[in-house]
Write a protein that binds this ligand. Structure first.
Ligand SMILES: *Cc1c(COP(=O)(O)O)cnc(C)c1O
Length: 466
């Protein structure tokens, strides 16, 4: 947590602020302060038991259908990660083979995203898509500044075109790096940016447009090709060189496998960089993302630091210095373990389960999906507007939690904020069997709280059209 209110002495002495274990061990007879460093050491087994016990109160990650982030990996992958916890990713001279695996992953992803043959691979691992977004965003800003300086123009007012349904990392990028965010509102049951709105918001101070492959709210794929084709025309007319960046945090490991013909990546001329989360559908436990550029030209030299204090001369482009290397190792493991066939199978299974859940939810007569057709294994749904029920989505979320399911309820972004929805992300590890159990719980809730969902006259509702 970011802010701790410093406990005063009286608080610290309050019995509630001590862990007072009842295990029958002398070692644990003395209370251990929670908020100040204990005077004495204890046995590692006891420390383990104490910490582990407290964590029992966390939700069960396997039932966490809120997150996009991996909650299940094979035993071999866990073992490999445990074997390599001690590798620091930055020590590339000391751990050249870990560095080599990172390099291979960058090549694999560049190939997957169709980097033009003559370009070669250019990219790096990060702690997640958020860090990758900062790096790619900086590259866009630096390149724009170069272009403006060449033309002898002011570089005071950079802006970036993003959807109002964008993930918070882009708003962070804009605030931290002083770029004006031009938020394009979503509307009309279409939760992605309209091409004409995107182009209308562009001017010569636009450092880039962020297209989302798999929006956070509904899992839609924004029409990257449409943006690209419109940009081609707009850039030709204006003489600007506005590029596209694709935030493929989740879709970057889905589209290549279940929609290989969809053109969203470097096959499109104006797509200059892509970020993807290794720890989402890349199927690695939390802590790894990737930033990939179309070619080295898109990555300005002065963003890259070369340090020699670890031996060798290592170019780095990152916000962190030290970082675990084992997640990159696990990413490479997944690549060789699954291959294209394996990833396709996993993604298809997730899609099948998601479609089953969507169909079953709609069959209840109570819920409706926001999207008629799923692009990703993610279902965003609401209570039908034409029926009266004894509950709302927040209540449903709460009741599911009693059974251990973690399924968030939230309101849609600006323009659609009257729409309250629930979201289920189906990941590897969410079996069809678990999906059946989940649906039983949904049906139990419906039965308990609304004996008969009755149709109501839809005249008096003033819900906005989205
Ligand atoms: C999850 C997500 C992010 C942030 O990714 P992290 O890997 O969690 O930092 C950014 N954009 C989109 C579209 C996402 O789904």
């Amino acid at each position: 947590m970011l802010h701790h209110i410093k406990k005063n002495k009286k608080d610290i002495e309050d019995r509630r602020n001590y862990i007072m274990p009842v295990y029958g061990s002398r070692d644990l007879e003395d209370p251990i302060p929670k908020y100040s460093l204990p005077e004495n050491s204890i046995d590692p087994r006891h420390a383990y038991a104490l910490v582990k016990d407290e964590l029992m109160l966390d939700g069960n990650s396997r039932l966490n259908l809120a997150t996009f982030v991996t909650t299940w990996m094979e035993d071999e992958a866990r073992q490999l990660m445990a074997d390599t916890f001690d590798k620091n990713m930055i020590d590339k001279d000391e751990y050249p083979q870990t560095a080599e695996l990172e390099d291979r992953c960058v090549h694999i992803l560049s190939d997957l995203y169709n980097v033009p043959d003559e370009n070669g691979a250019c990219g790096c691992s990060t702690t997640g898509s958020s860090e990758a977004a900062m790096l790619c965003g900086m590259a866009l800003k630096w390149k724009w500044r170069e272009r403006m300086k060449e033309k002898g123009k002011s570089t005071d007012k950079p802006n970036m075109i993003i959807s109002s349904s964008v993930q918070v990392c882009w708003e962070k990028f804009c605030r931290y790096w002083e770029v004006e965010p031009r938020l394009i509102p979503v509307s009309d049951g279409r939760y992605s940016m309209k091409t004409e709105d995107v182009i209308a918001a562009c001017d010569e101070n636009t450092i880039g447009i962020v297209a989302i492959l798999g929006t956070t709210h509904t899992g839609e794929f924004e029409p990257v090709k449409e943006y690209n084709d419109a940009l081609e025309k707009f850039n030709a007319e204006t003489g600007f060189d506005i590029p596209l960046h694709v935030d493929a945090a989740s879709g970057g490991f889905i589209a290549p496998f279940i929609a290989p013909d969809l053109e969203w990546d470097f096959r499109l001329k104006w797509v200059k960089s892509i970020n993807v989360s290794g720890h989402k559908f890349g199927l690695v436990y939390p802590g790894v993302g990737w930033a990939i550029w179309r070619n080295a030209v898109e990555l300005p030299e002065d963003l890259i630091f070369r340090v020699n204090y670890l031996g060798g001369e290592m170019p780095t482009f990152a916000l962190n210095f030290s970082r675990p290397g084992n997640q990159v190792v696990a990413q490479y493991y997944n690549f060789i373990r699954l291959g294209r066939e394996g990833y396709t199978r996993v993604m298809q299974a997730c899609m099948d389960t998601a479609k089953f859940i969507k169909g079953s939810l709609e069959e209840t007569g109570v819920f409706e999906s926001l999207l008629p057709e799923l692009k990703m294994p993610l279902i965003t749904f609401r209570i039908r507007r034409d029926i009266e029920t004894g509950f709302d989505v927040f209540g449903v979320s709460e009741m599911l939690r009693h059974r251990g399911w973690l399924i968030p309820a939230y309101t849609m972004p600006e323009n659609c904020e009257d729409d309250a929805v629930l979201r289920i992300v189906v990941k590897e590890g969410m079996s069809m069997d678990l999906a059946h159990l989940l649906m039983e719980d949904f049906r139990r809730i419906i039965e308990k709280f609304s004996k008969k969902p009755e149709r109501i006259q839809s005249t008096k509702r003033t819900m906005k059209q989205c």
